[in-house]
Write a protein that binds this ligand. Structure first.
Ligand SMILES: NC(=O)c1ccc[n+]([C@@H]2O[C@H](COP(=O)([O-])OP(=O)(O)OC[C@H]3O[C@@H](n4cnc5c(N)ncnc54)[C@H](OP(=O)(O)O)[C@@H]3O)[C@@H](O)[C@H]2O)c1
Length: 437
């Protein structure tokens, strides 16, 4: 089935949700109507706005408001813009829209990271567009470059800061030396963290975005539950201090990689966890609520995308970009480039994913300690890239950075080292990124 040409009539848009982002989308659709019409080639008309409590929105055109989002989706509209969030009942409404040939624009990472396959299938069957640029990294044009501009290249890695709340907290801990709990309180007070910060600080939000990025970059279906996830609640002032001593900083990164095994088989590694990166790395300079994503592709080389990762107006920019694209396709009577999942690469378990560790230990200050510690690394097949030793009164500090090894082998090494009599304390353990292995 193909989507009908509009034959000169307007593109009718249903907006589901008019909160932080939806209200900015409404403003831009009304204020910039003439400009948008010129860009699309037909007027873009806001046909209805669904909110939970219409009586709480005296600022909106009252004749457009409804509490019945399902009915609005079924009405005579061409594009459904969804800015409510969450999975149900939104999933059902968007499937209905796509099955009826209406294009969908959404910023819903929770939905896309779990249900992209069925939504894309519904879009493919009816010939409608499904766009979700706003679901990852707010204003930053990222999904379209992955899906379209880099469609002819082979992406090997996508790595970035995709959660502003955790980046704000880690940046503040780095600059003040304060601990996690007190910095989170400050972030909440300043409005950078939600009253319930779980989705951000435990890495769920970043894991949803990693799933979306990995799926597009590697032409495979990766869901949020496939993504290995660790948050920042365990990061201490000592971790930040240990990083500083090595001229590094700590960031929560979403890392999506194409991993090639010795026998040539390929898989996808998708993970979210704190890492130490050199202060000279481009991502180290991304502070506060900003997002940045670093993409490596075989022919293009290294690319970096940077900008505001959230907020009403920045996110509305990404939504409007998708809406203009979907509306133009309507006017032309076709659909835009579809995403592909043809490679269907399997997801590599975290334990088998090659990573590097930084381990900072307080050890007894006596001969033979380094040899005992090094022996544990050897037993687990982990090779050491660098060792730094510093003497104190009766203990010494030992800082070890490893070469790449399977994450499970590194975990086992740390566990065994922590049990050695000569090890007084494991001060900090963190994965390392952004330098040669
Ligand atoms: N905020 C950001 O910076 C940002 C950035 C990137 C992506 N996003 C994504 O964009 C989406 C919207 O985020 P937001 O921050 O704008 O959310 P929000 O401020 O909480 O707004 C949600 C809107 O949805 C409406 N709504 C809730 N349940 C509804 C229902 N059952 N039927 C009809 N309307 C309903 C609400 O109505 P009432 O107004 O009547 O309560 C409200 O207008 C989410 O998927 C989010 O993940 C947000």
């Amino acid at each position: 089935m193909s989507v009908a040409t509009l034959d000169g009539r307007t593109v009718r848009v249903a907006l589901l949700g008019c909160g932080t982002v939806g209200s900015e989308v409404t403003r831009m659709l009304i204020d910039d109507a003439d400009e948008l019409a010129a860009r699309v080639g037909a007027p873009v008309e806001l046909a209805g706005i669904a909110v939970r409590r219409p009586d709480k929105h005296p600022e909106l055109p009252q004749h457009l408001l409804t509490a019945d989002a399902g009915r609005l989706v079924e009405s005579d509209v061409d594009v459904v813009v969804e800015l409510i969030g969450g999975i149900e009942p939104v999933r059902g409404w968007l499937l209905t829209a796509l099955r009826k040939g209406k294009s969908v624009v959404t910023g819903n990472k929770a939905l896309l990271s779990e249900h992209a396959a069925e939504l894309a299938e519904a879009a493919d069957t009816s010939g409608a567009d499904l766009y979700y640029e706003a679901s990852v990294a707010g204003a930053i044009p990222l999904l379209r470059p992955l899906r379209e501009s880099l469609a002819g290249d082979r992406i090997t890695r996508v790595m970035g800061i995709v959660n502003g709340t955790t980046n704000f907290i880690l940046s503040a801990m780095d600059s003040t030396g304060a601990g996690y709990a007190e910095t989170l309180d400050e972030a909440t007070r300043l409005g950078y963290a939600e009253a319930d910060p779980t989705a951000d600080v435990d890495g769920y939000d970043a894991a949803s975005k990693a799933a979306i990025l990995a799926s597009l970059a590697f032409h495979s279906r990766v869901t949020a539950s496939d993504v290995h996830r660790e948050g920042i609640a365990g990061i201490s002032a000592s971790d930040i201090g240990a990083a500083k001593l090595l001229n590094r900083t700590v960031k929560l990164l979403a890392i999506c990689e194409r991993v090639t095994a010795d026998d040539g088989t390929e898989s996808v590694s998708a993970r979210v966890h704190p890492v130490m990166i050199p202060r000279s790395h481009q991502l180290a300079g991304v502070n506060g609520a900003f997002n940045a994503v670093y993409v490596e592709a075989e022919a293009a080389g290294e690319l970096m995308f940077y900008g505001q990762g959230a907020g009403g107006a920045p996110t509305a920019s990404a939504v409007l970009g998708d809406l203009v694209a979907a509306a133009r396709n309507r006017v032309a009577g076709g659909r835009g480039p579809r995403e592909s999942a043809h490679a269907a690469l399997p997801v590599r378990p975290m334990g088998q994913t090659p990573t590097r560790y930084h381990i900072s230990l307080d050890v007894a200050d006596k001969p033979g300690v380094l040899a005992q510690v090094a022996q544990v690394f050897a037993v687990h097949g982990v090779s050491i890239a660098a060792v730094r030793q510093r003497d104190r009164l009766s203990t010494a500090s030992l800082v070890i950075v490893t070469h790449l090894a399977p994450d499970a082998a590194l975990q086992a090494t740390v566990e065994e080292i922590s049990k050695l009599d000569v090890v007084r304390e494991v001060v900090s353990v963190m994965r390392v990124e952004g330098e040669d292995s």
